[in-house]
Write a protein of this length. Structure first.
Lengths: 117, 113
């Protein structure tokens, strides 16, 4: 069973460009969470999605950031007009939710390290 | 909202010693407490978790204890090995339906041979 997959692993963008980060959850998981990790900090929740629905985006900046999880394909975290402060590691996690015994267990991907020049 | 404090921020031990990392949380409604290990350049890996209906859980050299009254929980690693060196994160959430994780800031554990 393949784990959570994220790509790209490293992404370099110049200020003002767009960044697109992709996450494929574990097989059988339909719940995706995005977290951001700044250097020497813990992970901060950004957004929680189910297929075709955003459930909780309370941790995501209101401007420039958006997320989706379409019926087919990976979840996408999109950052428009990136600024240097967006430089961080972005992690995706998935959970089975609803399956007996595994409520809330989140499994993380390897992350995308975004550098804004 | 929930706030999780983690101590110490760095911990150096000799191989074979025990290591203890402590976390406190603020929201008494939290009842799910996972621990993650993050190696350099990798994503966090779940190593053990505990729910509030138990006070202790053990898996080989790793154990977690929970004190709901005091709102703190701890990770214990016995017989440490150099490969245990990593950053460890505690987290808390409410185990009811979906719930997002609130993480501590992490502890860098260094195990010297």
């Amino acid at each position: 069973n393949a784990g959570v997959m994220q790509n790209p692993r490293h992404l370099v963008r110049r200020r003002g460009q767009e960044a697109r980060l992709r996450c494929s959850p574990m097989k059988g998981h339909s719940h995706v969470y995005w977290y951001r990790q700044l250097p020497e900090e813990g992970l901060k929740f950004m957004v929680y999605l189910q297929k075709e629905n955003i459930i909780d985006e309370s941790g995501m900046p209101k401007e420039r950031f958006s997320a989706e999880f379409p019926k087919e394909g990976p979840s996408i975290l999109r950052i428009q007009q990136v600024v240097r402060g967006d430089s961080a590691a972005y992690f995706c996690a998935s959970s089975p939710f609803g399956l007996a015994g595994d409520t809330d267990t989140q499994y993380f991907g390897p992350g995308t390290r975004l550098t804004v020049l | 909202g929930e706030n999780v404090e983690q101590h110490p921020s760095t911990l150096s031990v000799q191989e074979g010693d025990s290591a203890v990392i402590k976390c406190t949380y603020s929201d008494s409604a939290s009842n799910y407490f996972p621990w993650y290990k993050q190696e350099l350049g990798k994503g966090p890996q779940l190593i053990i978790d505990i729910r509030s209906n138990v006070g202790e859980k053990k898996d080989q050299r790793i154990a977690v204890t929970l004190n709901k009254t005091a709102k703190h929980f701890s990770l214990h690693i016995t017989e440490t090995q150099p490969e245990d060196s990593a950053v460890y994160f505690c987290a808390a959430s409410m185990d009811s339906g979906y719930s997002t994780l609130t993480f501590g800031k992490g502890t860098m554990l260094l195990v010297s041979p």
